[in-house]
Design a binder for this molecule. Structure first.
Ligand SMILES: [Zn+2]
Length: 313
């Protein structure tokens, strides 16, 4: 049992329940929002996000980790309103995305660490919302900027105790670059989720991540590219069959995307929604011999085990 920060305040880790470990309320472009404010319609975003979250709650989703980094338009006030209106407990992230941010490119890593720690300990801007997870990303390869952000994220994690969730590019096996850098920074990989791992068809790559001690985020479930839902279910079932249910987390990486019409998105990617895992995908796993206990392990007990380790070190 441990105290966890969410958009709507502190909760007990025992109250996380069914948790999607990598989603977004909304992703967008901070410079476009700033320079062309008429393209940013906050109410319209909430008009889509809140009903989607309510439907998720009704399907059994109690908690969600919003892994939107600062440079992908994280808006803690908007996330809090979405959480309040929907009743879903949402953990908010700090951290930077993989593409170069010119300001942060010139900053010393210690400054990055201190900014992430400030978001976690003091709250994000003047919202009073405290970040409860650190996001970092590596794509298409581990470039020097990615590596600096990862090392700063590792230090912020060790100073605060909040876990790390990542974005990888599986074609270049960048999850293993991440585990290497984290290990060099002294990170306990049992407090890290290596994300987007279900984009690969290479089970040996995923076993290598697990052997390093990290959790594997099977967190693009429902996104039809580069792997179909059937292929993603096959891979989860294969990993469970090999005894790894206690190393996997499930999520969709879904949410409102500014500039991408929601109806068109749902037409192209009908499974890519918060309700797919508690609904159809769980049934697909059961059809493949995955037990209800294993599904509970991946959706309830593993997220709780990751988030209840709150000690700095
Ligand atoms: Zn994401």
């Amino acid at each position: 049992m441990a105290t966890i920060q969410t958009a709507t305040g502190a909760i007990d880790s025992d109250d996380l329940g069914f948790t999607l470990t990598h989603e977004h309320v909304v992703v967008g472009s901070p410079p476009i929002r700033q320079q062309f404010p008429d393209l940013h319609d906050r109410d319209a975003i909430l008009d889509v996000a809140v009903p989607n979250l309510v439907t998720a709650r009704e399907a059994g989703v109690r908690s969600m980790v919003d892994l939107t980094p600062i440079t992908l338009g994280r808006d803690a006030g908007l996330i809090r309103e979405a959480a309040e209106r929907s009743g879903v407990q949402i953990i908010v992230a700090t951290g930077l995305y993989w593409f170069l941010d010119l300001h942060m490119a010139f900053a010393e890593p210690e400054l990055l660490t201190s900014l992430f720690v400030r978001d976690i300990n003091d709250g994000i801007g003047d919202t009073g919302v405290r970040a409860g997870v650190i996001k970092c990303a590596t794509q298409p390869v581990m470039d020097p900027f990615n590596e600096k952000v990862l090392r700063a994220s590792a230090q912020a994690h060790r100073q605060t105790g909040v876990p790390i969730g990542t974005h990888t590019f599986v074609a270049n096996r960048t999850g293993l670059d991440q585990t290497r850098v984290f290990k060099e920074e002294g990170v306990d990989l049992g407090r890290v989720i290596i994300g987007h791992s279900d984009d690969t068809d290479d089970i040996t790559y995923l076993e290598a991540i697990i052997e390093e001690g990290a959790y594997v985020g099977m967190d693009r479930i429902g996104l039809p590219r580069p792997r179909t839902s059937e292929q993603r279910a096959d891979m989860v079932a294969a990993l469970v069959e090999r005894g790894y249910a206690d190393r996997l987390c499930l999520s969709h990486d879904s949410g409102v995307m500014e500039g991408y019409d929601e109806a068109l998105k749902m037409e192209r990617s009908p499974d890519w929604r918060y309700t797919f895992i508690p609904g159809e995908f769980s049934a697909m796993l059961r059809d493949r011999g995955v037990s209800d206990d294993a599904v509970e392990q991946m959706t309830v007990r593993n997220p709780r085990a990751i988030f209840e380790q709150t000690q700095p070190y």
